[in-house]
Write a protein that binds this ligand. Structure first.
Ligand code: GDD
Ligand code: MG
Length: 366
């Protein structure tokens, strides 16, 4: 039986306020919670049992899957205190059902959108008789990731998590957050304390001569852990740049059947419009996620942004690379600066914020 572990215990701090009430893997991406896309991909690769390594808002995972009726067993390894990525893997390993010490166990970070062929990764692991096989990819800026140089046979030479200095950036090849572990190697991770698989387990395995191999591929890959990456990942799934068994064919936008879109509005770039959302006349929504029960009023523009459920965007307001928490209100004619995050329940009055042009005349009597 092929088994897998998904690490989903992180707090998702870089995605606040979206993750205030919802763990990152349960956020909606292209119409389904992100973890459902991962589950569908694992099932396509022949996985029959998945263990979720949960911690932050753990009960919401059981809630999400309580009616799951497909041919996949799901277990929950709940950490009362987060155990770190290595500790989480070891802890989840207790719930695996097989008992072969050489069995290959698939492990995924819970925020990776990737076109990697998981069967090919498993095959590579077996062919190399590896202790651990890491999926690796190349990125333009590797600083936010684990650097993994390899030799010509793909053997991992070192593992350096999040380099701090320019001298440490020895490669653009990074850990793509998807591994195959030999079961006995997974079971050898310490069980009595917090362990980081990136800072501790991988460097120690490499230094100790373990058979650690990289499987480098060029397919689509993105870590959805930051707001911009999150909206881009969702838009890529809708527009077909990235694929998921849960998304039918490429389209310009994914619009919930209960949403009401004015015929003069333009919803483009793989945007998603949630249930009961109302999109007004002459609105532009591009490469964005509009949550359930959101209203975007006439003439507003939303670019590369997330507007969480039950919020309103006033007439002629402009949002670019902004995250609006749930139950917020942005009044008319605001221009919100890039990277702004509006906490849940915040109200910005009409004409309250501008980043360009002239502010409105001063209403105060002097
Ligand atoms: N159960 C559990 N317990 N899960 C955890 C814990 C924990 O204590 N800490 C983190 N996680 C989960 C997160 O929920 C996420 O799914 C995954 O582990 C990775 O954590 P991130 O916070 O997303 O890490 P990152 O993106 O900074 O870096 C990781 O991913 C990169 C690829 O995207 C590292 O593995 C890097 O080496 C890698 O390049
Ligand atoms: Mg991440």
């Amino acid at each position: 039986m092929q088994e897998a572990i998904i690490l989903v215990g992180g707090k998702g701090t870089r995605l606040r306020p979206l993750t205030n009430h919802t763990p990152k893997p349960l956020l909606s991406v292209a119409g389904s919670s992100f973890i459902r896309h991962q589950i569908a991909k694992l099932m396509d690769a022949g996985v029959e049992h998945v263990v979720f390594a949960t911690s932050y808002l753990a009960s919401l995972f059981e809630e999400e899957f309580k009616d799951f009726s497909q041919d996949l067993a799901i277990s929950y390894a709940v950490e009362e205190v987060p155990l770190g990525t290595g500790g989480a893997i070891r802890n989840a390993g207790r719930l695996l059902r097989g008992d072969d010490p050489d069995a290959p166990v698939l492990i995924l970070n819970g925020d990776i959108l990737s076109g990697v062929d998981l069967r090919a990764l498993l095959e590579r692991h077996e062919t190399q008789d590896a202790d651990v096989t890491l999926h690796l990819t190349r990125v333009l800026d590797p600083r936010a990731f684990g650097l993994v140089p390899t030799d010509e046979d793909g053997r991992v030479l070192s593992f350096l998590e999040k380099p701090k200095t320019a001298a440490e950036i020895v490669t653009d090849q990074i850990n793509a957050g998807c591994y195959v572990f030999r079961r006995s190697v997974l079971d050898a991770i310490p069980a009595d304390r917090e362990v980081s698989v990136e800072q501790e387990t991988f460097p120690q395995l490499v230094a100790g001569g373990g058979r650690v191999f990289g499987h480098t591929t060029q397919e689509y890959w993105r870590d959805l852990g930051t707001p911009l990456a999150f909206v881009h990942g969702s838009a890529d799934l809708v527009s077909g740049r990235a694929t998921s068994p849960l998304v039918d064919g490429p389209s310009e936008a994914l619009i919930h059947p209960t949403a009401v879109i004015d015929p003069t509005a333009r919803v483009t770039g793989g945007s998603t419009i949630g249930a009961h959302a109302v999109i007004g006349a002459h609105v532009v929504v591009d490469r964005s996620i509009i949550g359930a029960h959101v209203t975007v009023a006439e003439g507003a523009q939303v670019h590369e942004s997330v507007v969480d459920h039950d919020s309103t965007i006033g007439e002629e307001s402009l949002l670019r690379e902004v995250v609006v928490g749930c139950h917020s209100h942005v009044g008319a004619q605001n221009e919100l600066p890039a990277q702004l995050r509006l906490s849940c329940g915040i109200r910005i009055p009409a004409q309250g914020v501008r980043v360009s042009g002239t502010a409105v005349a001063c209403p105060t009597v002097h």
